[in-house]
Design a protein around this ligand. Structure first.
Ligand SMILES: [Zn+2]
Ligand SMILES: [Zn+2]
Length: 247
């Protein structure tokens, strides 16, 4: 048996790498994601005004744009999401790239290395979003990229700050990274970005796919209520997905 960790309560403005209980991290993100005007945190306030006042940074023009323009829009959203939902904690150690190396690859990876300044062991990530040509409509393609971006930002946030011991548990990051802390944060972010949230957008975060990946490693099925909250579908659909993968 591993020794039980004790971790301090979370203060989002004072996080340390690899130091926190993933369940508490998820609770802290959930509570910041539930904030709505006029009760936003100052960082959220600034980010949201920038979003409304400088719409050109975030919207695709009607004519087609090249990949550099796409990349700059994705980067603008990366900082917007970071300030709105993560208190700026992701961008401190992470960058985002639109990656053309494996065109149309389904795998979107958050790459990282651990060499920081002065050879200190410090995690740094790069979210590489694989460019796709399969979604021809540029606006639809951007929605796909931004859903993927949010999915990966949840991974990076938890991988940066969760205690590595606690992270291994299903309640933490689990074996595939889509443990219950990931499900909770992804759900909080999905709701905050969504129709009743701050941006009124519906981005596909791939929560069902993530849950099924984790369950396939033998993780215990959560309650119907949790499954619904996390994925929008019930146990039956999740079990069907699992069966589909077993074939
Ligand atoms: Zn721990
Ligand atoms: Zn994932």
């Amino acid at each position: 048996m591993n020794q039980k960790c004790t971790h301090k309560p979370i203060i989002l403005t004072n996080l340390h790498q690899s130091s926190h209980d993933p369940t508490l991290l998820a609770e802290a993100i959930t509570s910041i994601c539930l904030k709505r005007p006029p009760h936003l945190a100052p960082g959220q306030e600034t980010a949201l005004s920038k979003f409304t006042e400088e719409a050109g940074l975030y919207e695709l023009p009607d004519q087609r744009v090249d990949q550099y323009h796409e990349k700059s829009i994705i980067t603008a959203y990366f900082h917007l999401f970071d300030d709105l939902f993560f208190e700026g904690n992701v961008g401190k150690f992470c960058e985002v790239a639109l990656f053309k190396g494996f065109l149309d690859s389904k795998r979107t990876r958050a790459m990282f290395d651990t060499l920081g300044k002065d050879n200190q062991r410090e995690k740094r990530y790069e979210i590489r979003i694989h460019a796709t040509t399969k979604v021809a409509n540029q606006k639809k393609r951007l929605v796909h990229y931004l859903g993927t971006l949010l999915h990966e930002m949840v991974h990076v946030f938890l991988q940066l700050y969760a205690c590595e011991e606690c992270a291994r548990k299903t309640e933490g990051l689990g074996l595939t990274g889509h443990g219950w802390a990931w499900m909770e944060v992804a759900t909080a972010v999905k709701d905050a970005v969504g129709k009743k949230g701050l941006l009124g957008r519906d981005y596909p975060l791939g929560r069902l796919v993530g849950l099924v990946m984790e369950l396939r490693t033998g993780a215990k099925m959560p309650t119907e209520e949790k499954v619904r909250q996390w994925t929008g579908v019930g146990l039956k659909e999740v079990n069907n997905e699992l069966k589909r993968h077993k074939k």
